[in-house]
Write a protein that binds this ligand. Sequence first.
Ligand code: GLA
Length: 386
Amino acid sequence: MNLRNSFIETYGEVEKPIYSFFSPGRVNLIGEHIDYNGGYVLPVAINLGIYGVMSLRDDKIIRLKSMDFSNEVIIDLEKEIKYEAKDGWGNYAKGVMKFLKEDGYSLKGCNILIKGNLPNGAGLSSSAALEVLIAYMLLYPILQPESINKKYIALLGQRVENKFIGVNSGIMDQFVVANSKKDHALLLDTQNLSYENIPCYLNGYILIVMNTNKRRELASSEYNKRRKECENALETINKAKNNKVSNLCQCTLDDLKYLKDEIEIKRARHVITENQRVIKAVELLKKDDIKGFAKLLIQSHDSLKYDYEVTGLELDTIVEESLKTQGCVGARMTGAGFGGCAIAVVEKNKVESFIQNVSAAYFNKTNIKASFYTTSIESGVRILEN
Ligand code: GLA
């Protein structure tokens, strides 16, 4: 593996054992913007992700470099770890170190080199992949691999986003990146973090990831805003129902009558119907009804477009063009929205013409070149054989 050679060149390390790891990105099949509303989500981990190579040091220093960015981040584990804007991507790793220390882990000093093949800012969870990767790498030398608790790592990653980076994100991304199983989607109940691995072979069809190449600029501010709108809607419903519901996904469409604010009605309607779609989608996947499953993706996109309002010109265009193209049975935006990626379910023997046609039509309308990936569904964070 190339990264190992680059690691040796970068750190001049030849004597100590060198360990290699991989942490995947994710796409969410369905269940969007409901992981912070106590709903079900159905993401998969993909074959694109971040590789990390590490060797241990004899001191308490962590040196961290990436082949994708020029800055080096040096952390002294004996000092307080603080967010610093100049560290850019390194802050995700620093957050992980800070909270692992806070949780009582006596981390070892090490040299780390990472390299990703996930497009950045595309909504494939490069930040969750990085958080989970660093947590796994740092715990690896102090715990047996079997005793590294993947649920803990996922929660730690979320804590970094919420408390260190300042994005109020849910648990979906880190959870699937840590716990996924090859060729399975992960049905996660975000109320209690119980989950089920759902076989996902999409017989006769291929899952295509389409990057609009429009960066998700608004994502974090609008994301926090949506979350607040959902909290407000829940509060109003609870006032009317004497605090009977603990999250918006437990509400029914009938409960919308308690809401007066037009925005809150739309947000809550998306949340409630999306949760129902996930449950339906799993039933259909289990029956191998791929067309039925794909139809739900279309409904999900419409709900995210009209009710949750997180799509935008580029995502809407790529989805519309996909749906017009032969061989495509369903498509939707995936992730936080406002740019980033969409997915399409396409008949296996039409994939090439699908990509050509959608690419041309999308460029025609937006003047942006989209990227297409035919991905496979992979397992979560892991150590690689050298
Ligand atoms: C981002 C967040 C997730 C989830 C999705 C939307 O990816 O990190 O927790 O809320 O957006 O479904």
